[in-house]
Design a protein. Structure first.
Lengths: 115, 115
């Protein structure tokens, strides 16, 4: 856990969120500024800064984030209609919180390009 | 490998592509309809249909796809400027090829929402 990381504090519950899933490795909560009818954030409990900081030692954790993304999307009723997952890294992406997070957006038609 | 899957055939080289990375578990090639100055597709060699078909048995493979996405983005010079990774699933996402693929887009400012 990193001091002053808002997502670390959401993972521990120190900062409240609308949590939809939690397990020993990750939590999933609703984005407070949703860009689609369903907009979830999947984050590891461990403080991984972002895509440029992934470690081969974390393969199972990273895979788990994708599996959980699929599971929560299905729980939200999106498995048939579809959804988009997004991970931002760095200034060109608009990433705001330096704690790895995977967006899951669905419930509307997503356009192309993806931003 | 699935018969008639264009991405399976790209992975084996049966269909040519502009490949930028290949290893025993995945390949990375340039999208033929790029939406950013850099637009890569990271795909597993195994024919995983998509997000709704992930299996906990594939955790390491799925994690590897994310690690490789970070590596090829860095190789493209995007580690500092930033980039966006996207996985589409189902009709609402505009997914076209039913073989799991992770888009890596960078080299320009990405907007929000992500499509």
């Amino acid at each position: 856990m990193a001091a002053d990381c808002i997502f670390c504090k959401i993972a521990t519950g120190e900062i409240p969120s609308e949590m939809v899933h939690e397990d020993e490795r990750c939590v999933v909560f609703r984005d407070i500024n949703p860009q689609a009818p369903t907009h979830l954030l999947v984050i590891p409990r461990a403080h991984i800064v972002g895509m440029a900081h992934l470690d081969a030692a974390d393969l199972e954790l990273l895979g788990h984030l994708l599996v959980v993304a699929g599971e929560v999307a299905e729980a939200e009723g999106l498995a048939e209609s579809g959804y988009r997952t997004v991970i931002n890294w760095g200034p060109d992406s608009g990433m705001e919180v330096p704690h790895l997070h995977l967006h899951v957006l669905g419930g509307r038609r997503m356009t192309w390009p993806p931003g």
